[in-house]
Design a binder for this molecule. Sequence first.
Ligand code: NAP
Ligand code: ZN
Ligand code: ZN
Length: 368
Amino acid sequence: MSETTNATPVTTGSVPTYEARALAVPSATEPFAPTTIRRREPLPTDVRIEILFCGICHSDLHQARDEWNNTGPTVYPCVPGHEMVGRVTHVGSAVSKFRVGDMAAVGCMVDSCRTCEACREGLEQFCAAPAVFTYNSPDPHVGGVTHGGYSESIVVDEAFVLRLSSELDPAAAAPLLCAGITTYSPLKRANLRPGQKVGIVGLGGLGHMGVKFAAAMGAHVVVFSTTSGKRDSALALGAKELVVSTNAADMEKHLGTFDFILDTVSAVHDLNAYLRLLKRGGTMALVGAPQDPHPVVASNLIFGRKHLTGSLIGGIRETQQMLDYCAEHGIVSDIELIAPSYVNKAYERMLKSDVKYRFVIDMKKLKS
Ligand code: NAP
Ligand code: ZN
Ligand code: ZN
């Protein structure tokens, strides 16, 4: 290590650890409160990062409130957060990519097996082991589960730490680590040609990034929102049009015209209304992840041989490509910077779709 940590290390699990301040929920129904957690002291290939900013993703809310218990329960206390930007404060003896003082970013994963087929293809999010996600995954070093970015610091193997260009505002760049890569990846795979018609369903944290990327890729972007109140900002973000999805007559006007639709909605809603808007052979990709199932009428796929698919964040290599693309194109999120004490209120506002368009926590203001 190039520097030593200040507190006396304690061994928890298999390695020495230190205490870090964090915000946690003690159960699915209680609010966030300050707490302390244990992080491992950096191992030879680890970097320790002082977290400056952490975005609030709707997945944080699903996890904190145990809304994904069909795929595995939330372990409490739960410290969410997987959109982190910070400064490297310590590096392990074998670290080569980072130096103390560098800006760095961490997203939704902190490790994977690195040897399975998915990992070898750079798709660590599909690691067979599986991947160690940033929160609520078994922590192979400290024991218990991993804790995310609502915290003052984190220790991550350098292979899972991203570089951040100094061109990008660090607070507004934080949401790129999840909202950014989750929308960039399926849009990039769609191989959009200029002028192709792309629908973005839901104008929230993911949706607004989807609009920015699809517009930067040259698409004709249409936003589908439950409210007309977001029309001006949708156009400012790069959309050509906003359709209020509850207006059947306006939806009808777009029947059979879309090449690609990206659905970012966090709650169950009618997918069939959108499948009908796809062209023959068109694709609708789901990234929104409510727990309950969406009924799909088969004929909406059969007639026109349409594709319904899904997408999960992106691999580490693609996440770095996305960050570099953002630096090149001047793309960041539209954010509302909040103090840690505002997180409970921010969750309530996010549930009401009352955020333009991502809350980012100023982690320097975290008090114990
Ligand atoms: P968000 O900021 O809360 O945005 C969700 C948007 O969905 C809202 O702004 C709203 O848009 C729309 N919406 C909400 N409730 C609705 C309802 N009942 N009917 C129709 N539309 C509704 O959330 P986010 O952070 O963007 O995350 C969106 C979803 O993606 C979450 O489920 C999250 O877990 C998931 N996610 C998935 C991945 C992945 O890898 N697949 C990664 C990150 C997040 P309007 O106001 O415009 O209608
Ligand atoms: Zn997320
Ligand atoms: Zn693997």
